[in-house]
Design a protein around this ligand. Structure first.
Ligand code: SIN
Length: 305
């Protein structure tokens, strides 16, 4: 066990760095660039019960220190993920992978999770109740503690693997949602998903995104994310994955000092496909600078303010 290793819901990770869902495909695309086995794990593209084409374009808008996306959960559907994407991944990634799951009803979530739970390489289910880009599902489950709890119960009833619930920042009391998930039986939580945002094209005087609004991510959201990770981590005892604007080893350490057991890296992968590799390689030097011998000292340490 190295000085970067951490434990996430009973599974040991070589390091806490996890490419976030939607920024790393189904993994094998990045395996063409570097050996992705250096990662702690990664969370694959949000998968739904049926294939989805996603929202109309344009669905990306650049912003200062970040970006908006309104992808709309484009994915090939759970059957194709099991038949095609996972076998392809198994050839180049030899660790447990995190399955990210979205849905539009309790039945959807339960069905997709149950199918993926049977796949040997899947270590954790990350259940996304926070997508801001779809109607009648996604974020609507994550903005109400009772609804969030009902998703947890539906999924836990049909799965055996650790279930982490991915939370939205678009709420006033993230701690209440986190606690409701824990009370309903979640094994962990991850946060934050994107912040609801919008841009207008000055020439057309219309929204840039065809879907009008989208999710804002990137370095600009880091302090908001860190605050919410802190609040959630202090409200629950289950492990927390921190994410939101993480782009450096220093950000990883801050997230862990706020209470995260592991850290997801999202938008940074879209700017630099080697971002996670760089963060992992630079982590030991930055730990030395701050007198941190092992990450386990920090992991979920919940430093007190
Ligand atoms: C999307 O596909 O719209 C992004 C996923 C998310 O924000 O949860």
């Amino acid at each position: 066990m190295g000085r970067l290793s951490v434990n996430l819901c009973g599974i040991e990770l070589d390091n806490p760095v996890i490419p976030a869902s939607g920024t790393f495909g189904y993994g094998y695309e990045f395996a063409e660039l570097y050996d992705i086995n250096i990662l702690g794990t990664f969370s694959f593209k949000g998968t739904t019960r049926e294939p989805r084409f996603g929202n109309p374009t344009p669905r990306i808008a650049e912003c200062t220190a970040g970006m908006l996306n309104s992808v709309g959960l484009q994915n090939p559907g759970v059957d194709r993920v099991i038949d095609t994407e996972l076998p392809r991944l198994a050839k180049c990634f030899h660790k447990p992978v995190m399955a990210n799951v979205s849905g539009f009803s309790l039945e959807d979530y339960a069905c997709t999770c149950q199918r993926l739970d049977g796949e040997a390489q899947i270590g954790w289910l990350e259940v996304n109740i926070s997508c801001p880009n779809v109607h009648g599902g996604g974020m609507s489950f994550g903005t109400d503690p009772a609804q969030a709890a009902s998703v947890v119960r539906a999924v836990k009833a049909v799965t055996t693997k650790p279930v982490l619930i991915k939370l939205t920042p678009n709420v006033t009391d993230v701690a209440a949602v986190a606690k409701a998930c824990e009370d309903a039986g979640a094994d962990g939580i991850s946060l934050i998903n994107t912040l609801l945002g919008m841009r207008i094209d000055l020439k057309t005087r219309k929204p840039i995104l065809a879907n009008t609004m989208g999710g804002f991510s990137g370095p600009a959201v880091f302090p908001v994310a860190l605050r919410m990770v802190w609040q959630a981590a202090h409200a629950v005892k289950i492990p927390v994955i921190g994410m939101g604007g993480v782009s450096s080893p220093e950000d990883v350490l801050e997230m862990m000092m706020a209470g995260a057991s592991a850290v997801e890296v999202g938008a940074a992968n879209l700017v630099d496909p080697f971002a996670c590799k760089r963060i992992i390689e630079e982590l030991p030097g930055v730990m030395d600078r701050y007198g941190i011998q092992e990450l386990k000292e920090l992991s979920g340490g919940k430093c007190h303010g």
